[in-house]
Design a binder for this molecule. Structure first.
Ligand code: TYD
Ligand code: MG
Length: 467
C-alpha cells in the first residue's frame, strides 16, 4: 500500500477553507487573521479515494427511496424528558434519541455543571456515560458530590482518544453520552494537535456516526472563542442536530440557554437558570428576576415586555441622556441594536420635536437580555424621552409598540400574552398601540389601564400626564 505523506495547509478557523499558503484574509468567508497552520496526511499518488472508487453503471443502484407517508415515527417515545424543565423547553420537549447536541459557551459559564446535573436527572432511570478530556474523574466526583447528583448510574471516563471513546460507547451502549469538550478530543489518524480545525471536524464526525448508528443522544461541549463563535470550524455547527449557547454575564448569577439551531424544535425558546452554590437552579418566573432592584422615581427607565419564544418576559430599559462635552455626541447601546437606537432618535427629533443633537445618549437593557424585537421600540423611545425631560415614568407602567419612521406606533404580536404577564406581575398601566386594542377584550384586564396611542408624541404626552 502506498504510504501517506504529511503536508502543511492553512485552515480558516471560521469556515474551514484551506489554502496551501498563509493568507491574511480568508478568501471564502472574508474573515481576517483566521488562517491557522495545520498538518494533514495526504494520500500518495494513485491511492486517492476517487481512483479506488468503482465505476458507476448507468441506471443501477442499491438505494431505495421511501414514500414519506410510509415512514413511521414514534415521536413521543423517541424523546427523553430530562426532568429539567428549562432545558426540555429549549430542546423542544426533551432529548431526541440519536441526536447530537452541541453546547457552547464561555469558559466558566457553567456548561460542565448543567451537563452533570442533566446526567444526574437522566441517570435516575437510565445509564449515562460522561467523558471528560479536561478534568480528572476525581474532580468530576467532587463536583457531583457538591451538586448532590445521584451517582448510581453515571459512568465516568477521562480520555481524549476519539476511537477509544467510540469503542467504549459501542460496548457500553449507554442511554446518554456527554463529551466534555470537543477541543480536547484527539483522533490518532490526524497528526495535528487537539483543538485544530481538522481534529474538531473529524472527532465530531466520528461521534456523530456512533450516535446515529446506536441511537444514543450525545451532548458535546464546545468552547467559544473571543468573537463569541464556537471555536473550530463552522462545519461543526452544520453537522450536529442542535446547537445551544449558554450565555450570561459572569457578574450576574443568572444564565440563559438559547437554541441557535434545532432540527427537532423551535429556536425561539430560551431557558433561564440561576447559578447558586449548589449548581444551577431553574428560574420559572423570569420577569420577577429581571425587574428586581428597579430604581423608583428616577427618570430614564421604562419597562418593556419581550417575547422569548412563547414566553413573555418583562425587562427594564434604561436610558441616560446628558449634555455632551464633545464636538460630536457619544451614543452607546448595550442589549439593543445600535443602529436602531439612531433611527429612533431621528424619529424622536423629526416627528416628536425632541432635540438630541447636543446630548450624549446611553441605552442599556438590564439583566444582559438582548431586545431585538421591534415591539421594544416604544419603551426605548420613552426611556430616552423620559431622561431628556427628566420626567420619571410610573413604576407600574409598561409600554409596548413598534415605532415607524412617520412617528406612528404600530401593532405588535401577542399583545394579550404580554398584557396578561404585566397584570400578573402587578402593573396597572399599559401604553400600547391603539390599532392593537381592537383585537383584544379589555374585560380580561380589569387591573390594567390600557392607554392606546397612535403617535409617538401621544405616548410621551401620556407619561407627562401621569406626572
Ligand atoms: P463550569 O461548569 O465548570 O463551567 P464550564 O464548563 O462552562 O467552563 O462552571 C464553573 C463555574 O460555575 C465556576 O466559576 C464556579 C461556578 N459554580 C457555582 O457557582 N456553583 C456550583 O455549584 C458549581 C458546580 C459551579
Ligand atoms: Mg467545563
Amino acid at each position: 500500500m502506498a504510504k501517506e505523506k504529511l503536508k502543511t495547509v492553512y485552515v480558516c478557523t471560521q469556515c474551514g477553507e484551506t489554502s496551501p499558503r498563509w493568507l491574511g484574509r480568508c478568501p471564502s468567508c472574508g474573515a481576517w487573521n483566521t488562517m491557522t497552520e495545520d498538518v494533514v496526511a495526504e494520500p500518495a499518488k494513485g491511492s486517492s479515494a476517487r481512483a479506488a472508487a468503482p465505476v458507476r453503471t448507468p441506471g443501477q443502484t442499491s438505494l431505495v427511496a421511501h414514500k414519506l407517508k410510509n415512514i413511521s415515527t414514534t415521536e413521543e417515545k423517541s424523546r427523553i424528558v430530562t426532568g429539567i424543565g428549562e432545558l426540555d423547553r429549549v430542546l423542544g420537549g426533551g432529548i431526541v434519541l440519536g441526536s447530537v447536541i452541541l453546547i457552547g459557551g464561555e469558559p466558566g459559564i457553567g456548561k460542565s455543571t448543567i451537563l452533570l446535573q442533566l446526567c444526574g436527572e437522566v441517570s435516575k432511570t437510565r445509564n449515562v456515560l460522561y467523558v471528560t478530556g479536561e478534568e480528572s474523574v476525581r474532580q468530576i466526583k467532587l463536583r457531583a458530590v457538591r451538586l448532590d447528583v445521584p451517582q448510581e448510574n453515571i459512568s465516568l471516563v477521562a480520555e481524549s482518544d476519539v476511537d477509544e471513546i467510540c469503542g467504549l460507547i459501542e460496548q457500553m451502549k449507554p442511554d446518554l453520552v456527554v463529551i466534555d469538550s470537543i477541543q480536547t478530543m484527539r483522533c490518532a489518524d490526524i497528526s495535528s494537535s487537539s483543538g485544530t480545525v481538522s481534529q474538531v471536524k473529524e472527532c465530531s464526525a466520528r461521534f456523530l456516526n456512533v450516535a446515529k448508528a446506536n441511537d444514543i443522544p450525545t451532548f458535546i461541549v464546545g468552547h467559544v472563542n473571543k468573537d463569541g463563535a464556537i471555536a473550530g470550524p463552522k462545519v461543526m455547527e452544520h453537522i450536529v442536530d442542535t446547537v445551544l449557547y449558554f450565555e450570561g454575564d459572569k457578574t450576574l448569577p443568572y444564565r440563559v440557554l438559547r437554541a441557535v439551531k434545532n432540527r427537532y424544535g423551535s429556536t425561539n425558546e430560551i431557558g433561564m437558570f440561576d447559578m447558586t452554590g449548589r449548581g444551577l437552579t431553574q428560574i420559572e418566573n423570569p420577569s420577577q428576576v429581571m425587574l428586581e432592584g428597579r430604581p423608583v422615581g428616577i427618570s430614564g427607565t421604562c419597562v418593556a415586555c419581550v417575547m422569548e419564544g412563547t414566553r413573555p418576559v418583562l425587562s427594564e430599559v434604561q436610558a441616560l441622556v446628558t449634555k455632551t462635552a464633545f464636538p460630536s455626541p457619544r451614543r452607546t447601546a448595550s442589549g439593543f441594536d445600535y443602529n436602531r437606537m439612531y433611527l429612533l432618535l431621528a424619529v424622536l427629533e423629526k416627528r416628536a420635536g425632541y432635540v438630541f443633537g447636543n446630548q450624549d445618549v446611553y441605552v442599556n437593557i438590564i439583566g444582559g437580555l438582548k431586545l431585538d424585537e421591534t415591539a421594544c421600540d416604544l419603551p426605548v423611545c420613552l426611556a430616552m424621552a423620559s431622561s431628556l425631560l427628566d420626567l420619571p415614568i410610573g413604576e407600574t407602567t409598561f409600554a409596548v409598540g413598534e415605532v415607524g419612521l412617520g412617528g406612528e406606533i404600530r401593532s405588535v404580536t401577542h399583545l394579550e400574552t404580554r398584557l396578561r404577564e404585566a397584570q400578573r406581575i402587578g402593573f396597572d398601566t399599559a401604553i400600547v398601540p391603539r390599532h392593537n386594542l381592537r383585537m383584544i377584550d379589555p374585560a380580561q384586564f380589569p387591573n390594567l389601564k390600557l392607554i392606546g396611542v397612535t403617535y409617538l408624541r401621544e405616548a410621551i404626552n401620556a407619561i407627562k400626564l401621569k406626572n
